[in-house]
Design a protein around this ligand. Structure first.
Ligand code: F6P
Length: 365
């Protein structure tokens, strides 16, 4: 007897297993159920807060030189334990591990690759703020995977992902997922332990008046980003002729979730704070899966100069500039980058003209 609600397993059976595609027989839905089990376990651990004995620093650093918190390591282990055994994976990569995690010999190996950030925005833990987990699933191509996989297997552009998603641990825990047929949100029914479809086929509004960027880095931004943000700040008296609002939660998951719910733009652009770094966010397990979800919801995701899903990774932990969200706003920022690169933006970025100058030609819409 149907109760009218769609649980995650029902959704996956209907969307993947009952379709006559190669994915149907490949176990992708079983893998996603294991990922969801990791998320439920992490959610339960986070809910215990300081009482769980997992607060504070682990006194180690990850591959990016960032201090690891005890929870970074605990949540990483939860993903490994839930996903290594099922015979569906050839290897895993995570923000918290320097190298590809080989599936132990105890377990069979499969044809999928899982890349994940087990605890995104972990600086928010200390303030009981919103955090998340992000994951990306690729299918092995080419090389035989019975003996495990090398880094090269993971270095695929994001448009090849077969599934991507995130969990947001806020007042409620949600799993937001795409297997390539739209972006869908499931809310965890804590007392029962089910993820229930509550946000079917999420669509990002094409226009918006909200942006998110760490403004303390302003002096390191490139001119096209400065131009965009300045125009937003000028509000209704500037060339955009409307007021904008700004948000910064310091958790990419929380920013992307807000954008999926009501539109907006999130930027961690290229900057010159650390010239050796191309961007701040990691391509494989942050930018790529989030871009997949945003595009599946009708938004855009770019580095400023190219579509993030077309970037071919050169290294497991590569960083990339990220500008994503409402289609028309992201396209505008992309246009500002190309005008800057062609030297065609001088009237808008020259220090001789401020944005409200009488001498400023009318800004293109
Ligand atoms: O490491 C990723 C991350 O925590 C993102 O989730 C977030 O958007 C960003 O870093 C926060 O950066 P900042 O420390 O500059 O506010």
């Amino acid at each position: 007897m149907q109760d009218g609600r769609t649980t995650l397993s029902k959704f996956l059976i209907n969307t993947l297993d009952r379709k006559s595609s190669p994915i149907a027989a490949s176990g992708l839905s079983a893998l996603l159920i294991d990922v969801a089990a990791s998320i439920k376990t992490i959610s339960a651990a986070l809910t215990r807060g300081a009482l769980g004995g997992n607060y504070g620093s682990a006194e180690t650093v990850n591959t990016h030189g960032e201090e690891q918190k005890k929870l970074d390591i605990a949540t990483n282990d939860i993903f490994l334990q839930h996903c290594e055994w099922d015979g569906l994976l050839a290897g895993m990569v995570s923000e918290e591990m320097d190298e590809v995690y080989a599936i132990p010999d105890t377990w069979p190996r499969g044809e999928y690759l899982l890349a994940f950030d087990p605890l995104d925005g972990s600086s928010n833990i200390d303030i009981n703020g919103v955090v998340g987990s992000i994951f990306s699933v690729l299918r092995v191509t080419g090389e035989p995977h019975d003996a495990g996989v090398s880094d090269a297997a993971f270095l695929r552009p994001g448009h090849e992902q077969v599934a991507a998603g995130y969990a947001i641990y806020g007042p409620s825990t949600m799993l937001v997922l795409s297997v390539g047929n739209g972006t869908h949100g499931f809310t965890l029914e804590r007392d029962v332990g089910n993820f229930v479809l509550t946000h079917s086929d999420i669509r990002i509004p094409e226009d918006s008046c909200e942006f998110a960027i760490n403004a303390s880095n302003e002096r390191f931004w490139e001119p096209p980003v400065r131009r965009y943000v300045q125009e937003c700040k000028d509000g209704r008296s500037g060339c955009r002729t409307r007021d904008f609002n700004m948000r910064w939660i310091a958790s990419m998951v929380a920013e992307v979730h807000r954008i999926l719910m009501r539109g907006g733009v999130f930027m961690y652009p290229r900057d010159f704070k650390t010239p050796a770094m191309e961007g701040r966010l990691r391509l494989l397990y942050e930018a790529s899966p989030m871009s997949f979800l945003v595009e599946q919801a009708g938004g855009l995701a770019i580095t400023g100069r190219e579509r993030i899903l077309d970037v071919v990774p050169r290294a497991l932990h590569q960083r990339v500039p990220v500008i994503l969200g409402s289609k028309n706003e992201v396209a505008r920022i992309g246009r500002y980058h190309s005008e800057y690169d062609r030297g065609a933006d001088k009237p808008y970025t020259s220090p001789l003209f401020n944005e409200r100058s009488l001498f400023l030609p009318e800004a293109p819409a």
